[in-house]
Design a protein around this ligand. Structure first.
Ligand code: HEM
Length: 463
């Protein structure tokens, strides 16, 4: 009982400190709704349709970049492409923080996706990007790995004789998971394997965490206490358990790899990182350690799985709902690929309509509608407004994708909006889950398992 009282006392103290700190700093603030003390605009957010829809409405009133208080935190919401470009690409040191200020020297299993923008993040990210952007992984090409998994998926569907209508989303998730797991540690699971289903479930829990209403008004420290299991909030504790479970699986894989690791023949992502760790960095000190490798593997698996699987299932659903689109797409596939061979990434260049369908699906659905939280890493001024350190920033990607000035009739699925009069594909700079953020990472190749469709690369602005 005393412990609960103490915990409540500590929480109140943290809330009060955060409140006073927030109000101490001066300077003109960006316009936007403030809401009530302590809870801010929390109760005005539409958690049913998604807060992005409320933010999109507010953008009409306050401008495409505005500030609102959520809980006790000031959050800049932006659906303005140029402002995002300015903040996340031109001044990454200022605007690309994450929730916690983890010092570079702290050797942690927290993945680089949660690290603030700094030396450690840069080193780990650049090494990982180089692995995922290569054309081969060990003895196989990525094309081959993806095509192989796609055949397994078809075989599974045929064997089950799933001829009648069925929901393909779970199967896509399992096949995307297999590509990612193979990339990380050269394992492959049967589609009914319990372990892979548990891993997918854990990633699903992490994905859902982005939309848990409670988290929208929690200052970082309370969030941390919550996922560590110190707060009796089930949904937040679930995130902690899912994170622990995935980290545990990665740790086991790393330990297994250490046993028969041969630096001359790295087989996969883990081996390549172990090789780098063994050789040391060319610089004085490398931040890549077994702990950070664990975090990076978890990041790649969790960030890559849900986004790709969801994009896939939505794209297929949209195509199925439009026979005219399906017919035109099929014709292009027949002409460029035919039925005798597997598709490969190089085919994309000759498939303008397919690219248009995929780009339109990414726009229309926007699987990560509010991207990932960014944080202002130092006091700064933005367009004459003061932004104190620790101000959160949420890019409203969904809002940007549904702006009728840029995309007329935004609620209609119209791939033809990205085809010019000569039938060429028009790459639109405003469509793409990861934007032009410097935090865009990883893969020109890693996210190309999209049912062997030549899917655009979310983390590469040039499709
Ligand atoms: C359609 C597919 C995808 C979409 C829509 C998507 C979207 C996003 C978005 C919006 C961000 C936040 C960027 C930022 O904070 O500025 C992000 C970050 C990230 N994504 Fe993706 N992504 C996709 C596929 C993938 C794949 C396949 C992988 C892994 C192979 C991946 C790994 C990551 C990682 C590790 C981060 C964190 C980067 C960092 O904070 O440094 N994503 N993604």
């Amino acid at each position: 009982m005393a412990a609960v009282g103490l915990l409540i006392g500590v929480c109140i103290l943290i809330l009060a400190l955060a409140f006073f700190r927030r109000n101490q700093k001066g300077g003109k603030r960006l316009p936007g709704p403030r809401g009530l003390p302590f809870v801010g605009t929390y109760f005005s957010l539409d958690f049913k349709r998604g807060p992005q829809v409320t933010f999109h409405e507010w953008a009409k009133k306050y401008g495409k970049t505005f500030c609102c208080q959520i809980g006790m935190t000031d959050v800049i919401i932006t659906e303005d492409f140029d402002d995002m470009d300015y903040m996340f690409r031109k001044f990454p040191e200022t605007y690309n923080g994450r929730l916690f200020d983890i010092p570079d020297e702290y050797d942690t299993e927290i993945g680089f996706a949660n690290l603030p923008f700094g030396k450690k993040w840069k080193e780990i990210r650049s090494f990982i990007t180089s692995i995922l952007n290569a054309t081969t992984l060990g003895p196989r090409t990525y094309d081959d790995i993806i095509a192989g998994e796609f055949q397994e998926l078809c075989r599974y569907i045929n064997n089950r004789q799933l001829n009648k209508a069925f929901y393909p989303g779970d199967l896509y998730a399992r096949s995307v998971a297999n590509v990612l797991i193979y990339t990380l540690c050269q394992k492959r699971y049967d589609y009914d394997n319990k372990e892979v289903l548990e891993q997918i479930e854990a990633v699903d829990t992490l994905g859902r965490s982005l939309t848990i209403p409670m988290l929208f008004c929690m200052p970082g420290i309370l969030y941390l206490l919550g996922i560590k299991g110190y707060l009796p909030i089930k949904s937040v504790q679930n995130i902690g358990n899912a994170t622990k479970y995935l980290a545990q699986i990665c740790a086991e894989n790393i330990e297994e790899h250490k046993k028969d690791f041969d630096p001359k023949q790295p087989r996969d992502f883990i081996d390549m990182c172990l090789k780098q760790i063994a050789e040391g960095s060319p610089k004085d000190k490398s931040f890549l350690t077994v702990n950070s490798l664990n975090g990076a593997s978890t990041d790649i698996f969790s960030a890559g799985l849900e986004s790709t699987a969801l994009s896939l299932v939505w794209t297929i659903a949209l195509i199925s709902s439009r026979p005219d689109v399906e017919e035109r797409l099929e014709k292009e596939v027949e002409e460029v690929i035919g039925y005798e061979r597997n598709p490969c990434l190089a085919d994309r260049e000759n498939m303008p309509y397919t690219k248009a369908v995929i780009q339109e699906s990414l726009r229309y659905v926007t699987v990560a509608p509010l991207g990932v939280y960014h944080k202002v890493q130092k006091d700064t001024w933005f367009k004459g407004y003061f932004l104190p350190k620790d101000t959160m920033i949420l890019p409203n990607l969904w809002g940007m994708h549904h702006d009728p000035d840029t995309f007329p009739e935004p609620d209609k699925f119209k791939p033809e909006r990205f085809i010019d009069s000569k039938g060429n594909f028009i790459k639109h700079r405003k469509v793409g889950g990861a934007l032009r953020s410097r935090r865009q990472i990883v893969s020109r190749r890693g996210n190309r398992y999209e049912g062997n469709l030549p899917f655009p690369d979310q983390h590469n602005p040039e499709i």
